[in-house]
Design a protein around this ligand. Structure first.
Ligand code: HEM
Length: 433
């Protein structure tokens, strides 16, 4: 296993030599045992991956994501209303926000209230996604023959766990798709969606179980990845606002000046809000969503700076390491949007939007969508709410620990805070949405 800790090595190998480094290692635990084989994000670099990635890309590429903005706006208004009504449940609201956007875009499905089953299902499946870090955290990944040991044997704990996770991983793929198909036959789907578009286009041209599976699996990947990633950026942002109160004040001054005192920003305001943009970028950098990305593998032997890299090596781009490189980002653990404020692209050594989403041919195909989802949540929360440290029953301020979960994706562990409308007028504004 080779871990690339510098932007230079990542760019050189995963970007410039991407024809060699776009494979994924085969991980028996994730793929065969837990049952993620259908997830093209973990597939080998082959035709099955290419076909799925192509249809995914068509729906989520930069030139089409603007069409998804109305769905993002609607979900964001829902987020603001939820924050007003039950601010202490902000973590649940952030999950619902991401989940409602991706469920509607993927299946045309509108979430059913706060405890929507499908949002909960994605969270359950996350438990079974390389739970202890990058995919190769189980001995069976290095000694695949261990997969044959029976479940009851001492040391086969991984098999017992996998059995539990497998249920939600397969339900995630099948249930929303089956629901779509069951309801779409009764009435025409209410909203355009990834599934509706692809069923119409591909299934009519080329009907058959293979195409049906491809659409179902790609939809399942969108649903899972969409529900469980952007939430981390939004929670990092809220944590940062609690820990760095001066930042929120500056952002609100900018919003009041550019958008107006009692109005909410929308996507067209984005270019005029450089400080809000800097907060968004710093939220991507500070504690990256996927600290170690998703492991790549090389198909052929290679040599880099004198090192021989045998074919089939696991090659990990350590996003966390170069976002915390002191040379590029002095005092890296401090949340400091000024690193990016009013800076031209060439003055930013490492633009977080270019690295947080991985590299080369496996780069996150939904990065433009994710970027918009997180930005609009951040901008509107800043415009409508104050975020402060919570106090205990004696009136003492509670300092958040700043701790993060570990795993393939990382997010702040639960922390208390106070989220309240900036004024009565802001409360009314949110109530009117
Ligand atoms: C802020 C949010 C997000 C971050 C930081 C993020 C980050 C990443 C990273 C680091 C990778 C691995 C890239 C590589 O192998 O080099 C990845 C892959 C992927 N992401 Fe995202 N992602 C985000 C949101 C999303 C969303 C919303 C979706 C779906 C709607 C999505 C779908 C995918 C898929 C399908 C892959 C696998 C691509 C492949 O193997 O070909 N991601 N993402």
């Amino acid at each position: 296993m080779i871990v690339l800790n510098s932007a230079k090595a990542i760019t050189e190998l995963l970007e410039k030599r991407s024809s060699n480094y776009s494979d994924r290692p085969y991980m028996p635990m994730n793929n065969g045992i837990i049952g993620w084989d259908w997830n093209f994000g973990l597939m080998r670099y082959n035709d099955a991956w290419r076909m799925r990635r192509r249809i995914f890309h068509q729906y989520f590429q930069q030139s089409t994501v603007d069409a998804h903005q109305p769905v993002q706006m609607k979900a964001t208004y829902g987020l603001l209303r939820n924050l007003l009504e039950r601010p202490e449940r902000f973590m649940d609201h952030a999950r619902l926000h991401a989940g409602s956007i991706i469920l509607q875009l993927t299946y045309g499905y509108e979430i059913q209230g706060h405890d929507d089953d499908y949002v909960a299902l994605a969270a359950a499946a996350r438990e079974g996604y390389a739970p202890r870090g990058i995919s190769s955290s189980y001995l069976v990944d290095f000694f695949p023959s261990l997969k044959f040991i029976p479940e009851w044997m001492p040391g086969a704990d991984f098999k017992r766990k996998a059995k539990k996770w497998r249920y939600s991983v397969l339900a995630l793929r099948d249930r929303p798709y089956d629901l779509y198909k069951a309801t779409a036959t009764q009435e025409t789907p209410k909203f355009p969606s990834f599934v509706a578009e692809n069923l119409e286009r591909l299934s009519t041209q080329n009907p058959g179980a293979e195409i049906d599976d491809m659409i179902k699996e790609s939809a399942g990947v969108a649903y899972f990845s969409g529900a469980e990633t952007t939430i981390s950026v939004v929670l990092s942002f809220i944590l940062a606002m609690v820990m760095y109160p001066s930042v929120i004040k500056r952002a609100q001054e900018e919003l009041d000046l550019v958008v107006g005192k009692h109005k909410l920003p929308n996507f067209s305001d984005r270019p005029m809000l450089p400080f809000v943009e800097a907060i968004f970028l710093e939220s991507l950098r500070w504690n990256p969503v996927a600290p170690l990305g998703v492991p790549h593998a090389n198909v052929a032997d290679d040599v880099y700076e004198g090192y021989h890299i045998p074919a089939g090596s696991i090659v990990v781009g350590n996003i966390w390491a170069f976002f915390h490189n002191k040379e590029h980002f002095p005092e890296p653990s401090v949340f400091n949007p000024d690193r990016f404020y009013n800076k031209d692209k060439e003055d930013i050594p490492l633009d977080p939007t270019e690295f947080a989403f991985g590299s080369g041919r496996r780069i996150c195909p939904a990065r433009h969508l994710a970027n918009n989802t997180a930005w609009i949540a951040i901008a509107t929360i800043l415009a409508a709410f104050d975020i402060e440290k919570a106090k205990d029953s004696d009136g003492a301020v509670i300092e958040p620990s700043g701790e993060y979960t570990s795993g393939h994706t990382s997010r702040p562990v639960a922390f208390p805070c106070v989220i309240k409308p900036r004024s009565e007028a802001h409360r009314n504004l949110v109530l009117s949405l």
